[in-house]
Ligand binder design. Structure first.
Ligand code: ADP
Ligand code: MG
Length: 350
């Protein structure tokens, strides 16, 4: 992982400092569970917490958050709600990714054997362009009643994300990369993305490459997800495809997503939900944030702790089957967290 390992990390006296952006809805409670697990397991990570007030239209909090991530190199993040619909108030989530040039989002989607879902044995890696496309945040009303939104596709960003996808496939012994697009309609923008992916594919003769239109891709995913290996796509399709796959294997509460650039890494739940309706009820599934925390530990090269946390998640969900209501179970968030802590404590003592 040449791209990832070279990233700077704040480390003083053997302890890491990481930015924590709790976000809104279930974000703060999920973060408190991560703190608890880290404390009981003796994980040498200190969090610098930066709350962002969504009702405050100024961007002061946002700027402080970005400064903190620049200093620490890495962050753990909940979803930040954008309450205002005013075009002057930008999505902080998008702003953070764009500002820090976190040009790729990676979701490794694998089935949980202990969860009943529409398909089993799914193992797909979604590599998503994370900073442009429809998320360039360039919308305007040109004349009254006519709104234009610029979808931006650049050769440079398409090339970086395509290279990331093929490198990932190579490093992880995967066989195929599928480019997802709508180049039949958006001939110039998605056409460029597809053309660049085809160019990059030529440099990886050992990896198969094919492409698929986003509409067909959604149908293929729900009917036969096993045909996919690594997928690479522009930003908006990435959001849709990630949600479809998460739905196939058990919903929003399970998987994590990783945002990388050349300089910084931000870890957050895969489908980026705020979960306002279930906040404060002790029913949110903590697993997606636990998986994000495991990704963070791996990134910090705290490999033992990362492996133990992944094992704890596996045991809790697949063996002990402690499931929150979103998975059809009756367990509380705290039941899940306690089980993880018990496992982690046993590992740390040995
Ligand atoms: P958004 O933030 O995109 O509006 P929501 O917060 O409405 O998304 O979440 C989408 C759905 O996923 C909701 O039904 C929500 O309850 C569910 N959800 C999201 N995260 C979790 C979680 N960690 N545990 C259980 N359900 C979740
Ligand atoms: Mg919502």
């Amino acid at each position: 992982a040449h791209l990832i390992k070279s990233l700077p990390k704040a480390k003083y006296g053997g302890r890491h400092t990481v930015t924590m952006l709790p976000g809104g809805g279930i974000g703060p409670e999920l973060m408190s569970y991560v703190r608890e697990v880290f404390r009981y397991a003796g994980v040498p990570v200190d969090f610098e917490e930066v709350p962002i007030d969504p009702s405050n239209d100024s961007n002061e909090d946002l700027e402080y958050a970005i400064t903190s991530i620049r200093r620490n190199g890495a962050a753990l993040k909940g979803n930040i709600e954008t309450k205002s619909l005013s075009p002057n108030v930008i999505s902080r989530n998008v702003a953070i990714r764009n500002e820090l040039d976190l040009f790729v989002n990676v979701l490794h989607c694998t089935s949980f054997p202990g969860i009943q879902s529409r398909h089993s044995d799914v193992d797909i890696v979604v590599v998503r362009q994370n900073t442009e496309g429809e998320y360039a945040m360039m919308e305007h009303e040109s004349v009254h009643g006519v709104v234009e939104c610029l979808k931006v596709v650049t050769r440079e960003n398409s090339d970086r994300v395509a290279r990331f996808a093929f490198d990932y496939a190579k490093r992880h012994g995967r066989k195929k990369v599928t480019t997802i697009h709508k180049a039949n309609i958006m001939k110039s923008s998605d056409g460029l993305f597809l053309a660049v992916c085809r160019e990059v594919a030529k440099q990886y003769p050992d990896i198969q490459h094919n492409d698929m239109i986003i509409d067909n891709c959604c149908m293929q995913l729900v009917s036969n997800p096993h045909q996919f290996d690594v997928m690479v796509m522009p930003n908006l399709y990435g959001s849709i495809v990630s949600n479809v796959i998460c739905g196939l294997i058990g919903g929003a509460g399970l998987l994590s997503g990783r945002n990388y650039g050349y300089e910084y890494a931000v870890f957050e739940p895969g489908t980026r939900n705020t979960g306002s309706a279930i906040a404060g009820k002790n029913i949110a599934n903590p697993i997606s944030m636990m998986n994000s925390a495991a990704d963070l530990l791996h990134h910090l090269q705290l490999e033992n702790h990362a492996v133990w946390l992944r094992e704890a998640i596996d045991k809790t969900i697949n063996v002990d089957r402690i499931h929150t209501p979103d998975l059809g179970g009756q367990a509380t968030s705290m039941d899940v967290v306690k089980n993880i802590i018990t496992f982690m404590q046993a590992k740390t003592k040995n």
